[in-house]
Write a protein that binds this ligand. Structure first.
Ligand SMILES: NC(=O)c1ccc[n+]([C@@H]2O[C@H](COP(=O)([O-])OP(=O)(O)OC[C@H]3O[C@@H](n4cnc5c(N)ncnc54)[C@H](OP(=O)(O)O)[C@@H]3O)[C@@H](O)[C@H]2O)c1
Length: 332
C-alpha cells in the first residue's frame, strides 16, 4: 500500500519508522504547508513526492493517508481524502464531535475505504494480555487510570508563546491530548458507564491543562486523571478483591504486572519501544485494508470504541466546561 503523510512533526516520523518494521506500508508522498520542510522530510524518509496542496494530494495515486495535523484539521482533511477514495488512518482524537465521526464513518463506507483512529492501545497485542489479567484479580472494585506527562511545549507556553496543543482554536488541550488515552481503556475494559462526572483546570489561553473524570458503573468507579503540566511518577492501577494490576502506561501498556493480596507478583509485560507500538498500529491498519473479511470483527470493534470514546469525551467537555473555537463539519 502506497501512503502519504499529512504533518511533519515527530509523531509522523515515529509512525513512518513504525510502518517500516512490517514493510506493508510504503511511504510515497509527504504533505506539508511548506515546500522546503516537506522536501527535507520526504528526502529523509525516502518519499518520492511532496504536496503543498491537499486537493493535489487527494487527486494523486496514493492508496492511503496518515493524518497527523493539529486536531482542528482532522475532520476536514479526512473528509477530503475519503471523498477521493483514500483509506485514512487519523491521529487521535479522530474528530472533535461524535456527530462528525458518525458522518465520516458513513462516508468511508460509501466510498468503500477504511477509516480508523490511530490509537496505539487498540492495536497493541498487550491489550489482550491486560483484558485476560482482569480475570485474575477477583471482583474489580475500582480503578485509577492516569496519564500525566509534563508537556515539552509547556516552557514555550510559559515564555508567552501559544503552541498548538495549548490553543483552544486547535481543538486541543489536555483531555484531547492525554485524557483520551484513559478514556479508551476505561470503555474497552469496563464498558460504558452509567454516569460521567468531570472537572478541569484551565490555562490563561483557555485550554485545559489538567483534569479528571469519574466513570460511575454502580458496582465500581473508574477515576481518570490527566495533566500536561506535571509528570506522573506512579502506576495506573486496577483494583480487584484478590489483587491489583499495575500499568506503567495506559497507552503503551508497557511494564504491566499483577500484585496479589499475599504480595506475590506476576509480570505481564516489560518495556516495548514506541517505534514497535507504532508498528503494530501501521500493521493493524494495513490488515484492515488488505484483508477486510478477516478483520471485519476488529474493524467493527474499533469503530464502536472510537464512537463511544468520542461521546464520552463530549460529555466530559460539557461537565468540565471545556470549550473550543471550532465549527464541526456536517454533510453538505
Ligand atoms: N499517537 C501519539 O502518540 C501521538 C503523539 C503526539 C501527537 N499525536 C497527535 O498527532 C497530531 C499532531 O500533533 P503534534 O503535536 O505533532 O502537532 P503539531 O506539531 O502542532 O502539528 C503537526 C503538523 O501539522 C502541521 N501544522 C502545524 N500547525 C498547523 C496549522 N496551524 N495549520 C495546519 N497545519 C499545521 C505541521 O506540518 P507542516 O508545517 O509540515 O505543514 C506539523 O508538523 C495531534 O492530533 C495529536 O493528538 C499523537
Amino acid at each position: 500500500m502506497k501512503y502519504a503523510v499529512i504533518g511533519t512533526s515527530w509523531i509522523t516520523q515515529s509512525f513512518i519508522d513504525g510502518a517500516k518494521i512490517h514493510g506493508k506500508m510504503i511511504l510515497d508522498a509527504v504533505y506539508s504547508r511548506d515546500e522546503k520542510r516537506g522536501g527535507e522530510f520526504a528526502l529523509k524518509n525516502g518519499a518520492s513526492r511532496v504536496f503543498t496542496d491537499l486537493d493535489a494530494l487527494a487527486s494523486s495515486s496514493v492508496d492511503a493517508v496518515y493524518i497527523a495535523s493539529p486536531n482542528a484539521f482532522h475532520a476536514r482533511q479526512t473528509e477530503k481524502m475519503l471523498k477521493a477514495g483514500k483509506h485514512v488512518l487519523c491521529e487521535k482524537p479522530v474528530t472533535v464531535t461524535p456527530a462528525e465521526l458518525e458522518y465520516l464513518m458513513d462516508l468511508a463506507d460509501r466510498n468503500g475505504v477504511i477509516y480508523a483512529e490511530a490509537i496505539m492501545y487498540m492495536f497493541n497485542p498487550a491489550r489482550d494480555i491486560l483484558r485476560n489479567a482482569l480475570g485474575e484479580i477477583g471482583k474489580i472494585t475500582s480503578a485509577n487510570l492516569d496519564f500525566s506527562q509534563l508537556s515539552s511545549k509547556y516552557p514555550a507556553y510559559k515564555r508567552g508563546e501559544l503552541p498548538n496543543i495549548f490553543n483552544p482554536s486547535m481543538a486541543a488541550g489536555c483531555l484531547e491530548d492525554l485524557g483520551i488515552y484513559c478514556v479508551y481503556p476505561a470503555l474497552d475494559l469496563f464498558g460504558e458507564p452509567e454516569n460521567i462526572k468531570a472537572s478541569a483546570a484551565f490555562l490563561e489561553s483557555g485550554a485545559d491543562g489538567s483534569g479528571n473524570a469519574s466513570f460511575e458503573y454502580g458496582d465500581k468507579t473508574v477515576t481518570l486523571t490527566y495533566s500536561k503540566l506535571g509528570q506522573s511518577r506512579s502506576y495506573s492501577q486496577i483494583f480487584g478483591d484478590e489483587g491489583t494490576i499495575l500499568l506503567e502506561s495506559v497507552s503503551k501498556l508497557t511494564d504491566m504486572k499483577i500484585v496479589f493480596n499475599d504480595g506475590s507478583e506476576k509480570a505481564l509485560i516489560g518495556d516495548v519501544p514506541k517505534e514497535q507500538l507504532m508498528g503494530f498500529e501501521a500493521d493493524g491498519f494495513s490488515k484492515l485494508v488488505s484483508s477486510p473479511g478477516e478483520t471485519k470483527e476488529f474493524y467493527s470493534l474499533l469503530r464502536k470504541t472510537a464512537l463511544a470514546t468520542s461521546k464520552a469525551m463530549e460529555k466530559i467537555r460539557s461537565e468540565a466546561g471545556i470549550k473550543f473555537d471550532y465549527t464541526p463539519i456536517t454533510e453538505e
